[in-house]
Design a protein around this ligand. Structure first.
Ligand code: AMP
Length: 215
């Protein structure tokens, strides 16, 4: 099963994708994670993407489509596209990448959220620098201050693009370039909507219901 998780930054796509990967053996294909990795390693793609990401703008369609193409074959049990596609061109590129492999999308799950609440969600989030466990300044602090609940590390990090000004640009990019691809998928009857403001567990249950009832 190949699915897209669609929604603005902070809607919970990454959280839900990671959960589906653990529980169902599907593979999370997050272009944001791939690009951050490329930036950290200083690859040619990373060098090109760094300033664009810091500004909250979109990296070129060719770069992100190539990143997905390189990894799609590893998702033999199905892919969860997280943060891709983000433009009409990327949606078309994905159709071709899947068709070349005799695959097609099963669902496009839109996480419906309230944008203002998202700014708080995003600007407060941080992760363990060691194991990647997620935390939040208001909603989910480590049980012992300064110590990761999962691995005990004392090192934490925040994404450089999780500041309010950049978040607002990222939201505007979503509204202008990503939300308009929904009708393309609606015409194909693929869009399912989930209340992304519900708790992580409730969202997870709603997604599970969609995936289980379609098998
Ligand atoms: P994300 O982790 O999905 O929030 O992505 C972080 C940043 O990476 C975005 O603000 C963009 O600059 C870039 N990015 C990630 N995925 C894409 C994509 N599919 N198309 C263009 N830029 C992307």
């Amino acid at each position: 099963m190949d699915i897209i998780l669609l929604g603005p930054p902070g809607a919970g796509k990454g959280t839900q994708a990671a959960r589906l990967q653990t529980n169902r053996g599907m593979i999370q294909l997050s272009t944001g994670d791939m690009l951050r990795d490329a930036v950290a390693k200083g690859t040619p793609v990373g060098i090109k993407a760094k300033a664009v990401m810091a500004a909250g703008e979109l990296v070129s369609d060719a770069i992100v489509s190539a990143l997905i193409g390189e990894r799609l074959d590893s998702a033999t049990e199905g892919a969860i596209f997280d943060g891709f596609p983000r433009t009409a061109h990327q949606a078309e590129a994905l159709e071709l990448l899947l068709a070349d492999r005799d695959r097609k999308l099963d669902h496009v799950i839109e996480l419906v959220v309230d944008e203002e609440a998202l700014v708080d969600r995003i600007t407060g989030r941080f992760t363990c620098a060691c194991c990647g466990a997620s935390y939040h300044d208001h909603f989910h602090l480590p049980k012992i201050e300064g110590t990761c609940d999962v691995c005990g590390s004392h090192e934490f990090k925040r994404r450089p693009d999780d500041n309010e000004a950049t978040v607002r640009t990222r939201m505007a990019e979503y509204r202008a370039k990503t939300a308009p691809i929904l009708p393309f998928y609606e015409e194909k009857g693929l869009v399912r909507r989930v209340d992304g403001m519900a708790s992580v567990d409730e969202v997870a249950t709603a997604i599970d219901t969609i995936l289980d009832t379609s098998q």
